[in-house]
Design a protein around this ligand. Structure first.
Ligand code: ADP
Ligand code: MG
Length: 319
């Protein structure tokens, strides 16, 4: 099967129809008609086999997740998904694999209403690059820069499940059978907080999506916003599965350092707490206050109010 046949069969004419796509797949460029007074938010992520995913990852999960992680970046900016391109590098034309991949991919594309408007298909070691574009009213984008002393720090959902799911997949951890599938699903099928991100416009002072782990990602916000923070470990939202399957200390470590949850971390001033509750309750997304922005540059962790020194030995697989 030739490149263009593959594109025609599995990628062209699928996904949502959008009025702002003047010309989609098939020409040298796509033509798009951006809405006036909107900024375009753009982000690009590459997934490389053996670096970002195992060769045996189900193709459908990979198609879904490759897009979901990009949508998470749009969510973190408060942008509404609009268009994307897909660069696929494949060692061979394995039609069964491409069919499954495209199914997972368009499951996310349809749900979040993002149109595939172009891409590239090449031969080589398996990798997937997606560039997403979203729309956000001018001046309303959420960035990492706006956190202020006294703002409350929140996260959506629960933390650490995806990293535990990965350890289950790798065979490094064994968990109670009733939690196994749910935790693996959290790794293969993360939920980008697209609606929550848009709901936080004009409410949050800063936002980021948690892709590398809470401690690592909050550090980006503190640096960009030039401030410090205090986080109470007892307040970290953890799923029942995480709490029941590993020790308390391990659970803390997964929640603080585990990557790929794709939850949002954001800051909200005291004056906007009411608006936050209204907005995220309406969006149907769980959110939890885990601490507060402080002056200075340090990140201080507490456990039941007492200073907490993280000593995470025995978890070498975390960077
Ligand atoms: P060109 O040689 O001009 O770059 P291509 O033959 O690579 O064109 O692609 C033809 C058309 O198919 C273009 O519109 C391109 O954007 C689209 N396309 C190629 N690969 C993909 C893909 N993996 N997904 C979506 N569209 C693709
Ligand atoms: Mg090309």
């Amino acid at each position: 099967m030739k490149e263009f046949q593959l594109i025609e069969k599995y990628f062209q004419g699928r996904g949502p129809l959008r009025k702002d796509v003047v010309l989609g797949i098939g020409d040298d460029c796509a033509l798009l008609k951006p809405a006036i007074r909107k900024s375009i938010a753009i982000s690009c992520d590459t997934l490389v086999e053996n670096t970002h995913f195992f060769p045996d990852m189900p193709a459908q999960a990979l198609g879904y997740k490759a897009l979901a992680v990009n949508l998470s970046d749009l969510a973190a900016m408060g942008a509404e998904p609009a268009w994307m391109t897909l660069a696929l590098t494949l060692p061979e034309v394995d039609e069964a694999w491409i069919k499954d991949f495209s199914e997972g991919f368009f499951e996310a594309a349809d749900y979040y209403s993002i149109a595939l408007v172009g891409g590239d298909t090449t031969c080589g070691p398996k990798s997937i690059t997606i560039t997403v574009q979203g729309l956000v009213p001018e001046g309303a984008a959420l960035t990492r820069q706006g956190a202020k002393n006294g703002d409350w720090i929140y996260v959506t959902g629960t933390l650490g499940d995806s990293a535990l799911g990965l350890d289950i997949i790798r065979g490094a951890v064994d968990v109670r059978p009733e939690y196994r599938q749910a935790l693996i699903t959290r790794h293969y099928h993360p939920t980008p907080r697209v609606l929550a991100g848009q709901s936080l416009r004009n409410i949050a002072t800063s936002a980021i999506d948690i892709s590398d782990g809470l401690l690592s990602d909050i550090a980006h916000v503190l640096k960009a916003s030039n401030c410090g923070a205090e986080i109470e470990i007892n307040d970290l939202p953890m799923s029942q599965g995480l709490k029941d399957c590993v020790s308390e200390e391990q659970a803390r470590h997964y929640a603080l350092c585990g990557g790929e949850d794709y939850e949002l971390l954001f800051t909200v001033p005291e004056s906007q707490k009411g608006a936050l509750h209204m907005a995220l309750t309406q969006a149907g997304v769980r959110f939890t206050c885990i601490g507060q922005i402080r002056s200075g540059k340090k990140l201080k962790l507490t456990l039941n109010g007492a200073p907490f020194e993280a000593s995470f030995t025995g978890f070498e697989h975390f960077k």
